[in-house]
Design a protein. Structure first.
Length: 261
């Protein structure tokens, strides 16, 4: 946890003081070994970042003494302006729930604006009923990714129950004005050769663990997406997502010269 994420519900009405009671309070006390007067990095969900000065820290024994222990209280000062949202949308065929749990936190930390989860032909139908698709179950994982990366804007999560609604209804809006790529191990063009302007919006599509069927590839290409490869090796879905995002970040870096044909 490199940043303590704060919520408006933590705010003490009419002030810039925030009362934290959950695992964040435990982290402040036990990991950061916070002391009154100490400053720590904070961020307001979907808002600015800044610093919080610890003004009240209950002793650890207070947690065991009462059912609702007193909170850790921070007096916060926020920096002007908001961070820019990532200009990356990740479209992912729904993987196994335990894999998806890891992906939520990892791709949030890497920087994704919208995460679209859809059912492909080789996606198990049962995955659609997984609790991890519900906001109350995946939001904490998004928040974990934000606190890891010291950011405050979580990705917008959308779920398409079938491939056709995804490719016909959702994807056209996502791809409009963007660069779109399909991760495919048999693609002839390596992703490392792709030149993407630093300010461009990018849509990345990653298939299911068993891969896309030819029909799905054709429909994606009909929408203007091109196939790219990270190499000939077949990667796990969570590995492919992180590798794509890392490679894209490297390609968009101002210090990285664009590829030439």
């Amino acid at each position: 946890m490199n940043l303590v994420l704060l919520f408006e519900s933590d705010r003490i009405a009419g002030t810039n003081r925030f009362a934290v009671r959950d695992h964040r309070a435990t982290h402040i006390r036990e990991v950061l070994r916070g002391q009154v007067g100490q400053e720590i990095r904070v961020g307001l969900l979907k808002g600015p970042r800044g610093f919080g000065t610890l003004v009240e820290i209950p002793p650890p024994e207070a947690d065991a003494a009462v059912r609702s222990p007193p909170p850790v209280v921070l007096e916060c000062t926020f920096e002007p302006g908001l961070e820019a949202k990532p200009r990356i949308d990740l479209c992912l065929a729904i993987p196994r729930p335990r894999i998806l749990r890891r992906i939520f936190a990892e791709v949030t930390a890497m920087g994704v604006d919208r995460l679209v989860l859809f059912r492909a032909r080789r996606t198990e139908k049962a995955y659609l009923s997984a609790r991890i698709l519900e906001p109350e179950h995946h939001d904490p994982l998004l928040f974990e990714g934000l606190m890891q990366s010291k950011t405050t804007h979580p990705p917008e999560v959308r779920v398409a129950p079938a491939f056709k609604p995804f490719v016909e209804d959702l994807l056209p809006d996502l791809i409009r004005g963007a660069h779109g790529f399909i991760a495919h191990p048999e693609a002839h063009r390596p992703f490392r050769d792709i030149a993407v302007p630093a300010d461009a919006r990018v849509v990345l599509v990653v298939g299911p663990e068993g891969g896309f069927i030819p029909y799905e590839i054709e429909r994606l290409e009909d929408q203007g997406l091109g196939r790219v490869s990270l190499g000939p090796r077949i990667l796990r879905v969570e590995t492919a997502c992180v590798a794509l995002l890392a490679a894209l970040e490297a390609r968009r870096s101002p210090s990285h010269p664009p590829a030439t044909d």
